[in-house]
Write a protein that binds this ligand. Structure first.
Ligand SMILES: *Cc1c(COP(=O)(O)O)cnc(C)c1O
Length: 360
């Protein structure tokens, strides 16, 4: 067996310990005589798995009792639609455009009501987070929407926008569980787990209880009503059972390793190794305004597409894989999610140094 250092933006690296545990339980989960993949979602064994996953997530994020935790499927992109369907009572909301995912959510919201662009960093290819201290938020807006960590561009909101009393809705897909958050500042948090927590096919939605009602836009499908899932503890229909089971294991892994405070410390250490190198490199350059840099996704370029391609090719041969940047930015991107060991980042920087010397 030979494992690589996987810098993929998602689906992405998972803790090896979790994968090993899952492998050991593959044929016989805790004496049930079957794999979690094979068991009824109505069984007592599975009920314990999903209940424990929720309880552990609540513990990790310190989620208050007046918030519901939903495990749903459909891709995080489906949440771009369920947010307006469930929350756009006045059919108006504000969107802050900081990249492709925010743009997609914005475009989706326009299908259901009036979506207003409150701020944007499109003028500099989304290389920064716009000033959100005094946005043109109007009283009739139902919520303000952000993509908190921009997976493609490598920016992160370090301070949340001033929503002037309106609900804040945040896509946390690529920063989910990477550091502590104050859940009470949000009306709704959503995250596709394939970036930092588990296999694709599961979205976690954390939503304030009073927002979970039958008062949704007309024609909202049953499966897209948050209340359907909240009333049934995410077991209205067959949930993505195996994915939730892996998420549960990752929650336990985080709890065991110092929780979100602990992982933040490690993430800051890892990111500093890479950013410090980029800041003094003569060949490689970070593409993002310093104060808005993400701890999770680190894009960088040499400024020469052929050199970028050469780097990606040689890095791959050295066991440092999936470093090619998103097609809209070019260059490279190292996603250094929770499960990327610090040695992976050290190896990457060593490799970059060597490459720089060889190509000076
Ligand atoms: C990956 C990603 C999504 C989309 O997730 P899908 O599950 O592929 O629909 C949405 N938002 C952000 C920030 C992402 O990184």
């Amino acid at each position: 067996m030979s494992r690589v250092y996987n810098f993929s933006a998602g689906p992405a690296v998972l803790p090896e310990e979790v994968l090993q545990e899952a492998a050991a339980e593959m044929l016989d989960y805790k004496g049930s005589g079957m794999s979690v993949m094979e068991m009824s979602h109505r069984s007592k064994v599975y009920d314990e798995i999903i209940k424990e996953a929720e309880a552990d997530l609540r513990k990790l994020m310190n989620i208050p009792d007046n918030y519901k935790v939903l495990f749903v499927q459909g891709g995080d992109s489906l949440v771009f639609a369920t947010v307006p369907m469930n929350l756009m009572k006045n059919k108006k909301a504000g969107y802050i455009i900081t990249g492709q995912w925010a743009k997609k959510a914005f475009a989706e919201a326009k299908i259901y009501g009036e979506a207003v662009e409150l701020a944007s960093s499109a003028d500099e290819t989304f290389a920064y987070i716009p000033d959100c201290s005094d946005l043109p938020i109007t009283d009739d807006m139902d919520y303000v929407y952000i993509c908190e960590n921009n997976t493609i561009y490598g920016t992160k909101f370090k301070t949340l926008p001033n929503t002037k009393g309106k609900l804040l809705v945040a896509d946390q897909s690529s920063c989910f569980l990477s550091e502590p958050v104050d859940v009470t500042k949000y009306g709704l948090i959503h995250a596709g787990v394939q970036k930092n927590v588990g296999p694709s096919g599961v979205q976690v939605i954390i939503v304030r209880e009073d927002l979970v009602t039958d008062d949704v836009l007309p024609c909202t499908p049953t499966m897209m009503k948050y209340k359907t899932h909240a009333d049934n503890d995410s077991l209205y229909n067959t949930p993505p059972c195996y994915g939730i089971y892996i998420c549960g294991k990752v929650f336990k892994w985080l709890l065991k390793n110092g929780g979100l405070e602990g992982i933040k410390e490690l993430n800051e250490k890892k990111a500093a190794i890479l950013y410090d190198f980029l800041d003094q490199s003569k060949l490689f350059k970070g593409t993002v305004r310093k104060e808005d840099r993400s701890l999770m996704n680190v894009p960088f370029v040499t400024g020469d597409a052929d050199m970028d391609a050469k780097f990606v090719k040689e890095a791959t041969a050295a066991g440092l894989v999936s470093l090619k940047g998103h097609r809209s930015v070019g260059g490279m991107r190292a996603s250094i999610y929770n499960a990327m060991p610090i040695e992976g980042v050290v190896k990457l920087v060593e490799f970059m140094k060597k490459f720089e010397e060889e190509n000076a």
